[in-house]
Design a protein around this ligand. Structure first.
Ligand code: TMP
Length: 238
Protein backbone atom coordinates (compact mmCIF):
# COMPACT_ATOMS: atom_id res chain seq x y z
CA UNK A 1 0.00 0.00 0.00
CA UNK A 2 1.55 3.26 -1.11
CA UNK A 3 1.40 6.34 1.14
CA UNK A 4 0.58 9.34 -1.06
CA UNK A 5 -0.05 13.00 -0.26
CA UNK A 6 -1.08 14.24 3.17
CA UNK A 7 -4.77 15.16 3.06
CA UNK A 8 -5.21 16.54 6.54
CA UNK A 9 -3.24 17.28 9.69
CA UNK A 10 -5.20 17.34 12.92
CA UNK A 11 -4.10 17.96 16.50
CA UNK A 12 -3.03 14.36 17.13
CA UNK A 13 -2.98 12.65 13.73
CA UNK A 14 -2.08 13.08 10.08
CA UNK A 15 -4.12 11.48 7.32
CA UNK A 16 -2.65 10.38 3.98
CA UNK A 17 -4.17 9.27 0.69
CA UNK A 18 -3.23 5.85 -0.71
CA UNK A 19 -3.37 4.37 -4.20
CA UNK A 20 -6.77 2.93 -3.25
CA UNK A 21 -9.44 5.70 -3.23
CA UNK A 22 -11.38 3.84 -0.53
CA UNK A 23 -8.46 3.61 1.92
CA UNK A 24 -6.46 6.14 3.94
CA UNK A 25 -3.41 5.93 6.19
CA UNK A 26 -3.60 7.51 9.65
CA UNK A 27 -0.31 8.49 11.32
CA UNK A 28 -0.47 9.12 15.09
CA UNK A 29 1.62 11.98 16.58
CA UNK A 30 2.89 12.54 20.13
CA UNK A 31 1.38 16.06 20.12
CA UNK A 32 -1.26 16.76 22.73
CA UNK A 33 -3.61 19.71 22.99
CA UNK A 34 -6.41 20.61 25.36
CA UNK A 35 -9.06 23.30 25.70
CA UNK A 36 -9.50 23.58 21.93
CA UNK A 37 -5.79 23.87 21.25
CA UNK A 38 -5.04 26.53 23.89
CA UNK A 39 -2.82 24.15 25.90
CA UNK A 40 -0.15 22.40 23.84
CA UNK A 41 2.43 19.76 24.70
CA UNK A 42 4.03 16.46 23.86
CA UNK A 43 3.32 13.09 25.42
CA UNK A 44 6.33 10.98 24.46
CA UNK A 45 5.27 7.63 23.01
CA UNK A 46 1.57 8.56 22.89
CA UNK A 47 1.27 8.09 19.13
CA UNK A 48 2.47 4.50 19.31
CA UNK A 49 0.22 3.67 22.26
CA UNK A 50 -2.90 5.35 20.84
CA UNK A 51 -2.41 3.67 17.47
CA UNK A 52 -2.00 0.19 18.92
CA UNK A 53 -4.66 0.62 21.60
CA UNK A 54 -7.26 2.03 19.23
CA UNK A 55 -6.66 -0.78 16.76
CA UNK A 56 -7.04 -3.51 19.37
CA UNK A 57 -10.18 -1.93 20.80
CA UNK A 58 -11.74 -1.43 17.38
CA UNK A 59 -11.12 -5.08 16.48
CA UNK A 60 -12.81 -6.06 19.74
CA UNK A 61 -15.77 -3.79 18.94
CA UNK A 62 -16.09 -5.24 15.44
CA UNK A 63 -16.33 -8.72 16.99
CA UNK A 64 -19.08 -7.29 19.22
CA UNK A 65 -21.12 -6.04 16.26
CA UNK A 66 -19.91 -2.44 15.83
CA UNK A 67 -18.47 -1.83 12.33
CA UNK A 68 -15.30 0.29 12.34
CA UNK A 69 -12.88 1.93 9.91
CA UNK A 70 -9.97 -0.32 10.98
CA UNK A 71 -8.34 -2.30 8.16
CA UNK A 72 -4.71 -3.09 9.08
CA UNK A 73 -1.94 -1.88 11.36
CA UNK A 74 0.97 -0.90 9.12
CA UNK A 75 3.59 0.21 11.65
CA UNK A 76 3.93 1.41 15.23
CA UNK A 77 2.22 4.70 14.38
CA UNK A 78 0.42 4.02 11.10
CA UNK A 79 -2.86 2.29 10.33
CA UNK A 80 -4.77 1.64 7.14
CA UNK A 81 -8.41 2.68 7.53
CA UNK A 82 -11.52 2.90 5.38
CA UNK A 83 -12.10 6.34 3.90
CA UNK A 84 -15.20 7.91 5.38
CA UNK A 85 -16.89 11.28 5.45
CA UNK A 86 -16.79 12.19 9.13
CA UNK A 87 -20.18 13.04 10.65
CA UNK A 88 -19.29 16.36 12.33
CA UNK A 89 -20.45 15.31 15.78
CA UNK A 90 -18.51 14.33 18.87
CA UNK A 91 -20.55 11.58 20.49
CA UNK A 92 -19.93 11.46 24.23
CA UNK A 93 -21.11 8.63 26.48
CA UNK A 94 -20.80 8.93 30.26
CA UNK A 95 -21.14 6.41 33.07
CA UNK A 96 -19.88 8.66 35.88
CA UNK A 97 -19.92 12.46 36.28
CA UNK A 98 -16.66 14.19 35.35
CA UNK A 99 -15.21 17.01 33.27
CA UNK A 100 -17.61 19.28 31.42
CA UNK A 101 -20.69 17.41 32.73
CA UNK A 102 -19.74 18.12 36.35
CA UNK A 103 -18.91 21.74 35.52
CA UNK A 104 -22.00 22.44 33.37
CA UNK A 105 -24.50 21.02 35.85
CA UNK A 106 -22.68 22.05 39.04
CA UNK A 107 -22.19 18.57 40.47
CA UNK A 108 -19.24 16.70 41.93
CA UNK A 109 -17.18 14.33 39.84
CA UNK A 110 -17.48 10.57 40.54
CA UNK A 111 -21.29 10.35 40.77
CA UNK A 112 -22.20 6.96 39.25
CA UNK A 113 -25.23 7.30 36.96
CA UNK A 114 -28.18 4.85 37.08
CA UNK A 115 -27.93 4.68 33.27
CA UNK A 116 -25.29 5.90 30.85
CA UNK A 117 -25.88 9.32 29.23
CA UNK A 118 -25.21 10.39 25.66
CA UNK A 119 -24.60 13.85 24.25
CA UNK A 120 -23.46 15.37 21.00
CA UNK A 121 -21.10 18.28 20.32
CA UNK A 122 -20.94 20.00 16.96
CA UNK A 123 -17.37 19.43 15.69
CA UNK A 124 -16.40 22.99 14.86
CA UNK A 125 -13.17 24.46 16.25
CA UNK A 126 -14.15 28.10 15.57
CA UNK A 127 -17.26 27.63 17.70
CA UNK A 128 -15.44 25.55 20.34
CA UNK A 129 -17.38 22.32 19.66
CA UNK A 130 -20.69 23.49 21.21
CA UNK A 131 -23.14 21.04 22.77
CA UNK A 132 -25.94 20.29 20.28
CA UNK A 133 -29.13 18.23 20.41
CA UNK A 134 -30.31 15.80 17.76
CA UNK A 135 -33.00 18.14 16.35
CA UNK A 136 -30.34 20.87 15.95
CA UNK A 137 -28.05 18.35 14.23
CA UNK A 138 -30.87 17.51 11.80
CA UNK A 139 -31.69 21.20 11.24
CA UNK A 140 -28.05 21.80 10.29
CA UNK A 141 -28.09 18.67 8.08
CA UNK A 142 -25.19 17.15 10.04
CA UNK A 143 -27.00 13.79 10.13
CA UNK A 144 -30.44 12.33 9.42
CA UNK A 145 -32.79 10.96 12.07
CA UNK A 146 -31.95 7.45 10.93
CA UNK A 147 -28.19 8.09 11.08
CA UNK A 148 -28.55 9.55 14.58
CA UNK A 149 -30.46 6.45 15.68
CA UNK A 150 -27.68 4.21 14.36
CA UNK A 151 -25.00 6.35 15.98
CA UNK A 152 -26.83 6.28 19.34
CA UNK A 153 -27.26 2.51 19.17
CA UNK A 154 -23.59 1.90 18.30
CA UNK A 155 -22.38 4.35 20.95
CA UNK A 156 -24.24 2.53 23.74
CA UNK A 157 -23.05 -0.84 22.41
CA UNK A 158 -19.46 0.48 22.44
CA UNK A 159 -20.03 1.50 26.06
CA UNK A 160 -21.22 -1.99 27.05
CA UNK A 161 -18.31 -3.70 25.30
CA UNK A 162 -15.58 -1.34 26.51
CA UNK A 163 -16.90 -1.03 30.06
CA UNK A 164 -16.75 -4.80 30.43
CA UNK A 165 -13.31 -5.09 28.85
CA UNK A 166 -11.75 -2.25 30.85
CA UNK A 167 -13.27 -3.69 34.04
CA UNK A 168 -11.38 -6.92 33.33
CA UNK A 169 -8.20 -4.76 33.27
CA UNK A 170 -9.04 -3.17 36.65
CA UNK A 171 -10.04 0.08 34.94
CA UNK A 172 -13.31 2.01 35.27
CA UNK A 173 -14.59 3.54 32.03
CA UNK A 174 -15.88 6.94 33.20
CA UNK A 175 -16.71 8.51 29.83
CA UNK A 176 -15.48 8.69 26.25
CA UNK A 177 -15.86 10.44 22.91
CA UNK A 178 -16.54 8.71 19.60
CA UNK A 179 -16.66 9.92 16.02
CA UNK A 180 -18.55 8.18 13.25
CA UNK A 181 -18.13 8.35 9.50
CA UNK A 182 -20.07 7.46 6.38
CA UNK A 183 -18.80 5.15 3.65
CA UNK A 184 -19.52 6.06 0.02
CA UNK A 185 -22.70 3.94 0.15
CA UNK A 186 -23.91 5.80 3.25
CA UNK A 187 -23.12 3.06 5.80
CA UNK A 188 -22.27 4.47 9.24
CA UNK A 189 -19.11 3.06 10.84
CA UNK A 190 -17.02 3.98 13.88
CA UNK A 191 -13.99 6.11 12.94
CA UNK A 192 -11.30 8.29 14.61
CA UNK A 193 -9.64 6.68 17.66
CA UNK A 194 -10.32 5.21 21.09
CA UNK A 195 -7.45 5.92 23.46
CA UNK A 196 -6.55 7.64 26.74
CA UNK A 197 -6.85 10.90 24.73
CA UNK A 198 -10.54 10.26 24.15
CA UNK A 199 -11.62 8.28 27.25
CA UNK A 200 -11.55 8.87 31.00
CA UNK A 201 -10.05 5.76 32.56
CA UNK A 202 -9.70 5.42 36.33
CA UNK A 203 -7.97 2.65 38.24
CA UNK A 204 -10.88 0.63 39.65
CA UNK A 205 -9.36 0.40 43.13
CA UNK A 206 -7.43 3.63 43.69
CA UNK A 207 -9.43 5.80 41.20
CA UNK A 208 -6.10 7.13 39.94
CA UNK A 209 -6.58 8.92 36.61
CA UNK A 210 -4.97 6.96 33.76
CA UNK A 211 -5.85 9.24 30.84
CA UNK A 212 -5.37 12.65 29.24
CA UNK A 213 -6.80 14.44 32.30
CA UNK A 214 -3.26 14.06 33.72
CA UNK A 215 -2.12 16.38 30.90
CA UNK A 216 -5.19 18.67 30.93
CA UNK A 217 -4.93 19.17 34.72
CA UNK A 218 -1.11 19.14 35.04
CA UNK A 219 -1.14 16.10 37.32
CA UNK A 220 2.23 14.73 36.09
CA UNK A 221 2.96 11.10 35.27
CA UNK A 222 1.25 11.40 31.89
CA UNK A 223 3.53 9.01 29.95
CA UNK A 224 3.47 6.47 32.79
CA UNK A 225 -0.34 6.50 32.85
CA UNK A 226 -0.62 5.84 29.10
CA UNK A 227 1.99 3.05 29.36
CA UNK A 228 0.15 1.49 32.32
CA UNK A 229 -3.16 1.40 30.44
CA UNK A 230 -1.43 -0.17 27.42
CA UNK A 231 0.30 -2.74 29.63
CA UNK A 232 -3.02 -3.81 31.17
CA UNK A 233 -4.71 -3.92 27.76
CA UNK A 234 -1.97 -6.21 26.39
CA UNK A 235 -2.25 -8.44 29.44
CA UNK A 236 -6.03 -8.90 29.06
CA UNK A 237 -6.58 -8.66 25.30
CA UNK A 238 -6.03 -12.21 24.13
P1 TMP B 1 -15.66 16.46 28.69
O1 TMP B 1 -16.08 16.05 30.08
O2 TMP B 1 -14.54 17.46 28.67
O3 TMP B 1 -16.84 16.90 27.87
O4 TMP B 1 -15.07 15.15 27.97
C1 TMP B 1 -15.85 13.98 27.83
C2 TMP B 1 -15.00 12.90 27.20
O5 TMP B 1 -14.66 13.22 25.87
C3 TMP B 1 -13.67 12.64 27.92
O6 TMP B 1 -13.45 11.23 27.97
C4 TMP B 1 -12.63 13.28 27.03
C5 TMP B 1 -13.25 13.23 25.67
N1 TMP B 1 -12.93 14.40 24.85
C6 TMP B 1 -12.30 14.24 23.63
O7 TMP B 1 -11.96 13.12 23.24
N2 TMP B 1 -12.05 15.34 22.88
C7 TMP B 1 -12.39 16.60 23.26
O8 TMP B 1 -12.11 17.55 22.53
C8 TMP B 1 -13.05 16.75 24.53
C9 TMP B 1 -13.45 18.10 25.01
C10 TMP B 1 -13.31 15.62 25.27
Amino acid sequence: MEKLEMLYEGKAKKVYATDDPELLIVDYKDDATAFNGVKKGTIVGKGVINNQMSNRLMQRLARGGVPTHFVKELSERETLVKRVKIVPLEVIVRNISAGSFAKRYGVEEDIVFDQPTIEFSYKNDELGDPLINSTHAMALHLATAEELDTIRRYAFRVNELLREFWASCGITLVDFKLEFGKLADGTIILADEISPDTCRLWDSVTKEKLDKDRFRRDLGGVEDAYAEVMRRLREHDE
